[in-house]
Design a protein around this ligand. Sequence first.
Ligand code: MRU
Length: 347
Amino acid sequence: MPIPTIQWEKNLVKIIDQTELPIKKTFIKVTTASEMWNAIKQLKIRGAPAIGIAAAFGIYLGVRKFQSKDKKKFLGKLDDVCSYIGSSRPTAVNLFWAIDRIKRRVHVNSEASVHELKELVLREACLMIDEDNQVCRAIGEHGLKLIRDGHSLLTHCNAGGLATAMHGTALSPMFRAKELGYKIHVWVDETRPLLQGSRITAWELGEAEIPATIITDNMAATVMSQKKVDLVIVGADRIAANGDTANKIGTLGVAVLAREFGIPFYIAAPVSTIDREIKNGDEIPIEERDPREVTHGFGRQTAPDGIGVYNPAFDMTPAKYIKGIITEKGILNPPYKKSIGKIFNTS
Ligand code: MRU
């Protein structure tokens, strides 16, 4: 049974602290917007869809103690909290999608009282969990069509249950295949520098009893050249209107290798990860993180003092490397401008 990443329980938000995995399964309570901001920034909760849901709850936590009945003041407060939560991480569009959705929900109910508006915000956040569960299960069903009994897959970073409310995106078809009794195996890229692959994906696959093997990121070329990979599925943080996709740093290398070795490379993501405002991947903002993640990972210095460090958390894979995008509405094929336009009815 997958673990819920984020829950509303006894008047507070409960999340699993992903920085403690795989050693400890620790749940923490988040009671204020600033605690949620920190949880997102420090990757206690992470993965594009999970960040979106966390943002929605963060907004609620930020407005729930608002005392006055003055609606104008409440809307001002809501805007401030939304901007604050939006400043936590820049790349995953789901964060901004969730913020816009909460704002819209409030604005279309402008007749409601401040108390009712606060309840609406909470209800919308809870609804996002239920919807995400349905969306991820649908991604699993669509992605299953690509998997054959006996397949060996490769994935990068973590686009599993813990990157969403519960069922995952890239891992969802693998979980579904396992449910149906397929014998599959997964190569798990360790995913430098924060090891979401070995710490989280490998742990999730182990819990689901799916055979998995960790490789360091620089080993993917070798296993692919040895014909040990049938299919690659990874997640996404933001997909531009032309299909260019930002995902965890290292994804681009995997995509280029897959092309070289003739292995189909797929993205799995909910439609909420598609940003039609962005025409191509060059416009996607890429988060740069603390250099110490590279030089002092997990408590040990591994580089000389004072050395220069470049630490982008994501890279952008051009659409030409992507064989298809698995969404809850089906698998989108190139040209993506057309297939993406079609699901939004704008092509
Ligand atoms: O920095 P992270 O751990 O939040 O990065 C996560 C990823 O890049 C995932 O692959 C992506 O968000 C897809 S999650 C279903």
